[in-house]
Design a protein around this ligand. Structure first.
Ligand SMILES: [Cu+2]
Ligand SMILES: [Zn+2]
Length: 177
């Protein structure tokens, strides 16, 4: 009887542990974006808490091989909107890079600028992105109500040259809150 109670207790703790772990993973559906709106799916990015920060594991396909700027943007929308110059722009409704401390500067994942600056995303020769990237300054609590953005071109992790903030907005996913 005593043993049975203990075993039940262990089973309950294991269940609790796995439930807590499940809560620490979020799946973000990614879509191509254009000035017409949100287009076809390209896969998803899985978010996971680790001891070293937020781990983002892409499972994307149908992209051109290369390296792409990758960021957390402020708003939970991938819809087109007018930019500062009044031009309709893909996924502009996502706003700028997530920057809760209003640093106003793009310094990459290890700097002291935008908290939403992530390591670049790598697309292999088969047009797939599978390599995880780690964002040491981000945690899961930052993510609901934001969006993930993939930009044309790479990322210099600085404000100059202009590409530092990424080229055009190519693909986007809303992180559900
Ligand atoms: Cu961006
Ligand atoms: Zn930035």
């Amino acid at each position: 009887m005593r043993l049975a109670t203990t075993l039940t207790g262990i089973a309950a703790s294991l269940l609790l542990a796995s439930a807590a772990h499940a809560n620490e993973t979020l799946e973000v559906d990614m879509h191509k974006v254009s000035t017409d709106g949100v287009e076809e799916s390209i896969g998803s990015v899985s978010l996971e808490t680790t001891d070293h920060g937020l781990l983002l594991t892409p499972s994307l396909s149908g992209l051109e091989p290369g390296v792409y700027g990758f960021h957390v943007h402020q708003n939970a929308s991938c819809e087109p909107a007018e930019n500062d110059e009044g031009e309709m722009t893909a996924a502009q409704a996502a706003g700028g890079h997530y920057d809760p401390e209003e640093t106003g500067t793009h310094q990459g994942p290890y700097g002291d600028g935008h908290l939403g600056d992530l390591p670049v995303l790598t697309v292999n020769e088969d047009g797939e992105a599978n390599l995880p990237v780690l964002a040491p300054r981000l945690s899961m609590e930052d993510m609901p109500g934001r969006s993930l953005m993939i930009h044309e071109g790479g990322d210099t992790y600085s404000d100059e040259p202009h590409l530092g903030g990424g080229g055009g907005r190519m693909a986007c996913g809303v992180v559900e809150s």
